[in-house]
Ligand binder design. Structure first.
Ligand code: SF4
Length: 178
């Protein structure tokens, strides 16, 4: 385990305190990683080590760009497309951005109004479907609050997130309904 993670778990204010308990790191980690790389190089065919072309690199970065949605980030695997018809509010792959809480509240309020209308008009099937979405929206709101609470506890290590550094030059796919 990296020492800065152990530091957080143990609640040490100073990482040197943590390092005092695990003095063999980093030699142990470095030698273990080198052994792992050596094993992988023996197992994998050499053609897999070719440098990516500009097109391949753009495609790779583009995947992460295309996973950004209005309410946060889509967590689907690399090189896969959305199989949930972009119904993000109901999708477990959606990682909510707490900054979009207001947008989520608007979606929830809109769903409540549409459920009221559907029940008033006797559109039972419509009301049932909307209630599923409402339940999902409430779950996402809870997820946003949980994420925000966790962030408040985090110690920022100054390491940029991937979305901060990825510089893709993509043509957007167009607006999506989420
Ligand atoms: S529905 Fe949205 S969050 Fe789910 S896989 Fe599709 S794009 Fe991603």
């Amino acid at each position: 385990m990296p020492p800065h993670i152990a530091q957080l778990i143990l609640g040490h204010h100073d990482i040197n305190t943590t390092m005092g308990y695990k003095a063999v790191y980093p030699q142990e980690a470095i030698s273990g990683h080198r052994a792992f790389i050596a094993r992988r190089r023996q197992l994998r065919p050499s053609e897999e080590y070719l440098s990516p072309s500009d097109t391949e690199w753009e495609e790779f970065l583009g995947h992460f760009e295309r996973r950004r949605v209005a309410l946060g980030d889509c967590g689907r695997a690399y090189s896969t497309s959305c199989i949930h018809e972009h119904s993000c509010i109901r999708c477990p792959m959606l990682r909510i951005d707490p900054a979009q809480r207001r947008r989520l509240e608007e979606i929830r309020d809109n769903l409540l109004a549409r459920i009221t209308e559907a029940e008033r008009e006797g559109w039972t099937g419509e009301a049932e479907g909307l209630k599923v979405s409402l339940n999902a929206a409430n779950n996402k709101l809870a997820q946003a609050d949980l994420t925000e609470a966790r962030r408040a506890e985090h110690v920022h290590l100054g390491i940029p997130a991937y979305r901060d550094i990825a510089a893709a030059t993509l043509t957007p796919e167009g607006p999506r309904e989420h």
